[in-house]
Structures are given as structure tokens and as C-alpha cells.
Design a protein around this ligand. Structure first.
Ligand SMILES: *Cc1c(COP(=O)(O)O)cnc(C)c1O
Length: 358
């Protein structure tokens, strides 16, 4: 019940235990097509370039930046937690110029500050932000942020590692250009895959680059030779076959549940947890309107020792909750209700364990 990986459903575990077949096997190629179609469903997009990168969420982040940022490009990077900081680091390493818009850890990204940065930097090309900040438990208004970026002629890069399947997310309706997620959060599959999706505008920026993408492995021009529609399925790298079985099964399950129902389940279980925590006298870090249902960051009660409580939960109840990061270390706990972990019985167990421990 931490910030991920979430519990993996037994159906997904058994899908992963099936025999490993070749990554060029026709049966496997058929499964790849299904994975792409189901990812489009999960992202709510018709983007042709929608597929999983063969590496964790951080690689999806790097794929978006490495393909879209050229040396000298000005990128507005919103930082309200750990992951925005990593976006800035990506921009720097690619020779881009990061214009940072900062908000407090625990707050949503301020639309007004982003608009100010866009006015002050008319040469900016990209706006990058984290939809669901797992380090703080705050959600930002992705729809409004993309709208404002588009209005000022910028494309956008969106981190949806924790939001996909857990919070409302509409890639096409909201005008998202490049988005990356992870397999191990609200999709409840094994860690190690990063679904990404690129709009036509993002592909245009990619194909009009003056310089080659500096990463060979993440160069989408090459990756698409294996994953692309009508591609020759040329060998690029050995796909993580069994991990993809797992993602496939998790997407089948998402489709069975319905993605909107999955958003609702995360919200309902968040309310249930919040009610129980409030009864124990535990408050949230984030304002009610900006709270992530799948990552509950709560203030550690004054009279409690962070490490002692977490160790006791682990030792006595086999429950893992997350610690605070950076400036929030020792101040908050991060309780994850992601994917298969987002269940009533887990909440009841945690609440009684916490009551006992405190
Ligand atoms: C977990 C996470 C990542 C990184 O994903 P990994 O799979 O750990 O590489 C990036 N961004 C956010 C918001 C995350 O929660």
C-alpha cells in the first residue's frame, strides 16, 4: 500500500507464467496489436503511436524528452514534487533550456503561473508537467494545462505514471501531445513497462528534428520499426515477452471493468480510507480539491515516530506504506490505493493495523 508497485492480480501473475515465445512469433505480434489497441482505450486516444516502452516509467519519461527536446529548445517545466525535478534534469541533459514554474510540494500546478511563464517566454516550445505527483499526492488540472500550452503554441509532455486508470484522463479530448505511464501503478501489472502515446503534433516535432535523437534505444523512429502499424517487425531489441503478457492481461481486466469504473473505484475507496483516517485523527497534506485518490499523503501525527510506525506495520501486519520524500521526509506517509490494491478489505486491514499500532 505504498506509492507502487501495487499488488499484482493473480490473473496477471498466471498470465506471466506462460511459456516464453519469440518476440517475432506471429502469435506474439498479434498480442502486440491487442496491447496497442487496449492502451488506446486506456488513454482514450486514437493516436497511432501508442505502445509500451520496454523499461519502467522513467524510461517513458526519457523517451518523451529525448525524442521531442532538441538542443536549444526552451521547455517550461512545472515542478511541484520529485518527478517534475526529474523532467528538468532531462531537459538539461538534452541541451534544452528549462524554464521552471514552481509550486509548493502538496499543491497542484498553478495555471496562472504557467500562463505567466508562457507570456514571458514566447519562444518556448514545450510545456511539461506531472498529472499525478506521487511524491506529494496532488493532482493537477491536465486539461487546463494542455489548453493553455496549446493556446500559446506549445506542445505538451504529460507524466501520467500514477494517473492512468486511477484518475480521469482523456488524451484526445484534452489535447495531450506526449504522455507516458507505468505498468505497476493503477494498471497493477509487473514493474518494467512504460506505455506512451504521441499525437500527430508531437510526431511532427519529432520528424522535423534537425539533430538525430541522442538515445539509440529510445529513438521512436527505430522503435516504430518493431512496434509500428504495418512495420516490418524488424528486430530492435528482445521484447520483455512475459512482462508484456502481464500488461496484456491487466488491460483485458481494465476493459472488463471499464476505465471510467476504474476511476470511480479509486475515488470511492479513497473516500472510505479518508473517513477511517479522519476517525483516527489523521489529516491529509493536500487540499481536498487537489487530492489524488490513489495516493493518500497524510500528516504523521505529532506524537508518532515515522520509522517506528512503518516498521511495525510491516513486521506485524505485512503492510508496506510509503515514506515522505525530500522536504516531506518524516512529515507524511504515502498510502497507495492503486489498481488491485484499491480494495475495501485492504482499507479495513490498514485502518485496524494503524489503530493498533498508533
Ligand atoms: C513511479 C513514477 C515514475 C517513475 O516510474 P518508474 O517505473 O519507477 O521508473 C515517474 N513519474 C511518476 C509520477 C511516478 O509516480
Amino acid at each position: 500500500m505504498g506509492p507502487g508497485p501495487s499488488d499484482v492480480h493473480p490473473r496477471i501473475l498466471s498470465a506471466m507464467a506462460r511459456s516464453t515465445i519469440g518476440h517475432l512469433d506471429p502469435a506474439f505480434i498479434g498480442m502486440m496489436e491487442e496491447v496497442k489497441e487496449m492502451l488506446k482505450y486506456a488513454f482514450k486516444t486514437e493516436n497511432e503511436l501508442t505502445m509500451p516502452i520496454s523499461a519502467p516509467g522513467s524510461a517513458g519519461m526519457e523517451a518523451c524528452f529525448a525524442n521531442l527536446v532538441e538542443p536549444g529548445d526552451k521547455v517550461i517545466v512545472c515542478i511541484n514534487g520529485v518527478f517534475g525535478g526529474r523532467m528538468k534534469e532531462n531537459v538539461h541533459r538534452l541541451g534544452g533550456e528549462a524554464v521552471v514554474v514552481e509550486d509548493d510540494w502538496g499543491s497542484a500546478v498553478s495555471i496562472d503561473k504557467v500562463e505567466r511563464a508562457l507570456i514571458d517566454n514566447p519562444d518556448a516550445k514545450i510545456v511539461a508537467f506531472v498529472h499525478a505527483e506521487t511524491s506529494t499526492g496532488a493532482i493537477s488540472d491536465a486539461k487546463a494545462l494542455c489548453q493553455i500550452a496549446n493556446q500559446y503554441g506549445c506542445i505538451n509532455i504529460v507524466d501520467a505514471v500514477t494517473s492512468l486508470a486511477g484518475s480521469e484522463l482523456r488524451v484526445d479530448d484534452w489535447g495531450i501531445d506526449a504522455i507516458y505511464s507505468g505498468s505497476q501503478k493503477c494498471l497493477s501489472a509487473m514493474p518494467g513497462l512504460s506505455p506512451v502515446s504521441f499525437s500527430d503534433r508531437a510526431i511532427e516535432k519529432l520528424t522535423s528534428r534537425k539533430t538525430p535523437v541522442t538515445s539509440w534505444f529510445l529513438d521512436l523512429n527505430l522503435v516504430m520499426g518493431y512496434w509500428g502499424k504495418g512495420a516490418k517487425r524488424a528486430y530492435h531489441h528482445t521484447a520483455p515477452v512475459n512482462t508484456l503478457y502481464g500488461l496484456h492481461e491487466s488491460l483485458v481486466m481494465l476493459r472488463e471493468e471499464g476505465v471510467e469504473n476504474s476511476w470511480n473505484r479509486h475515488q470511492q475507496n479513497h473516500i472510505l480510507l479518508r473517513y477511517g483516517l479522519n476517525n483516527l485523527g489523521i489529516d491529509y497534506l493536500v487540499d481536498e480539491a487537489d487530492r489524488l485518490p490513489q495516493l493518500n499523503s497524510v500528516l504523521i501525527p505529532q506524537d508518532q515516530d515515522d520509522l517506528e510506525v512503518r516498521s511495525s506495520l510491516m513486521k506485524n501486519f505485512n503492510i508496506d506504506i510509503g515514506a515522505g520524500l525530500g522536504p516531506l521526509e518524516g512529515k507524511i506517509w504515502r498510502i497507495g490505493l492503486m489498481g488491485y490494491t484499491s480494495r475495501k478489505d485492504n482499507i479495513e486491514l490498514l485502518l485496524s493495523a494503524l489503530k493498533n499500532t498508533l
